[in-house]
Write a protein that binds this ligand. Structure first.
Ligand code: A2P
Length: 266
């Protein structure tokens, strides 16, 4: 693994140096950058990152930090939109390049926005898995809950690769592996390409398949907590389902049983 000290310090204000880039598919990539020494954040939060335009002005978008709060670097997971103002350029970054990062983390997908519970559900579609990549590597997740269920739905099988690798790494992690082995349930599904578990997570929740597949039959507001991150459609539909089970939407200022955030789209 490469470390911050292996790279020359960033020259621009708010600039961080790229330390790793991995292309998962022709539409998805992840990258790591140096972490500003002063940056403190809660696992699940997002920051504004981007690149300088030709006129020197920054072009920034919200990105969930995919690495946990204790990590010495910052990881991001991104879609590549060929005509997207930022990602059409960001997808070409290489180790040693600089990106702009505004060190002001915010967001609702944080443990503080939920009341104590027994089980936590992380519902992700597409790049919406990024905040949960942070939270599933966060020891507090396993301290606070008896069971941690990560669902990830993508159109095609190869889009699941980042999440598969994440879960494998978490289970082998010397710090949290032992707890994750007992508590973490990973439930990947696809909607357009054949795979062992197919279907939208909303459908699988409503028809009970999800519960029977993972042997849970008592989903309720007393025990269950949820975080949702995906497209607007997914967020809206899942919010309705969670509310139909008696869960209420929470926020940093008023913790409750579930929280929702829109995934970065391009
Ligand atoms: P589907 O293929 O049926 O549209 P996208 O790539 O468009 O962001 O979608 C990522 C995944 O989220 C896809 O598998 C997609 O399923 C699913 N999805 C999109 N909208 C919803 C929704 N409203 N409820 C549940 N799943 C959704």
């Amino acid at each position: 693994m490469q470390h911050e000290k292996d790279f020359k310090p960033a020259a621009l204000p708010d600039a961080q140096v790229v330390t790793k880039v991995k292309h998962w598919t022709d539409r998805l990539f992840s990258f790591r950058v140096t972490r500003p020494h002063s940056l403190r954040f809660r696992s699940g939060e997002f920051v504004m990152i981007g690149l300088a335009k030709d006129d020197g002005k920054p072009l920034l978008r919200a990105y969930s930090i995919a690495s946990p709060s204790w990590d010495e670097e910052l990881e991001f997971y991104s879609i590549k939109v060929q005509d997207g103002p930022l990602t059409s350029k960001l997808q070409h970054i290489e180790v040693g390049d600089e990106i702009i990062l505004r060190p002001k983390p915010v967001g609702t997908l944080v443990h503080d926005a939920l009341l104590p519970g027994k089980r936590i559900w992380f519902f992700a579609t597409g790049t919406g898995i990024a905040p949960f990549a942070s939270l599933t590597r966060e020891p507090q997740t396993y301290e606070d809950y008896n069971q941690v269920i990560l669902t990830h739905t993508c159109r095609d099988v190869n889009e699941l690769a980042y999440g598969e690798r994440l879960v494998e790494d978490v289970r082998n992690d010397p710090l949290i592996g032992e707890f994750a082995e007992k508590k973490l349930i990973y439930y990947p599904t696809t909607t357009r390409e054949s795979s062992p578990q197919m279907g939208r997570i909303t459908t699988l929740l409503e028809n009970g398949t999800l519960f029977s597949d993972i042997n849970i039959n008592d989903f309720n507001a007393d025990n269950d907590r949820a975080m949702v991150c995906g497209s607007i459609g997914l967020n809206t539909d899942l919010k309705k389902i969670l509310e139909s089970h008696g869960l209420r939407e929470g926020a940093n200022s008023a913790p409750a049983e579930f929280v929702v955030e829109k995934a970065f789209v391009g």
